[in-house]
Design a protein around this ligand. Sequence first.
Ligand SMILES: Nc1ncnc2c1ncn2[C@@H]1O[C@H](COP(=O)(O)OP(=O)(O)O)[C@@H](O)[C@H]1O
Ligand SMILES: [Mg+2]
Length: 227
Amino acid sequence: MSAVLPIVVVRGVVKVHAKDKAPVVAVSGIDLTLNPGESVALVGPSGCGKSTLLNLLSGVDRPDEGEVRVGGLNLARAKEHELVDLRRRVVGVVFQQFHLVPHLTVAENVALPLSLAGRRDDARVLALLERVGLVKRAGHYPGELSGGEQQRTAVARALVHRPALVLADEPTGNLDSAAGAAVLDLLDELRRETNAALLLVTHDAAIAARADRTVRMKDGRIVTMEP
Ligand SMILES: Nc1ncnc2c1ncn2[C@@H]1O[C@H](COP(=O)(O)OP(=O)(O)O)[C@@H](O)[C@H]1O
Ligand SMILES: [Mg+2]
């Protein structure tokens, strides 16, 4: 008997973009389960549907067919406010282009998921700034930081609210290998502390090898899962 409930359950999911124009079947019939604390690398050629799958898991997009459950919530049927709540409390996201808010300081960016949920935890924000080595830059703006520093800020922001699921879409794609390695180390350390599951999109075989499992997609489908 398994006592651990999966954080993600995806069953038979289909997502079609641009239904009114030239429809693109971005995801076609995916099954995937993620358990708490598990790290999974998502690999596959450009356009195979990786980002679409992440958007379905964060509740940004809804599936056209099938089932997506995150933290027990059925995202296909959830009300809009439930999806907003999911994004604020259950999911943390890191993007390739960092997506920091330019007119907020580093500390304010890190605190954003808390403030959006009506919470404040200065000690947690400071602890994360310490962990990512940016205490001295707390009052700076993203435009004053290097790419690596911006992404470390984004990692702190993605983990500050202790999400159960962390989604990272090519988080080192814009960084040199040293800065990228630092970002991945932090992402892994921080999410292990909270036993969060991680789904990480990457093109880099060495990065994929760090994960517990690798899921390979092609043409909107999962073609292999290792191990
Ligand atoms: N908003 C959209 N409208 C139309 N087509 C889209 C949209 N988003 C993605 N697509 C298409 O869906 C397919 C999968 O895209 P995506 O999930 O971004 O792939 P990946 O992240 O693996 O590169 C691609 O053919 C892409 O062009
Ligand atoms: Mg993508």
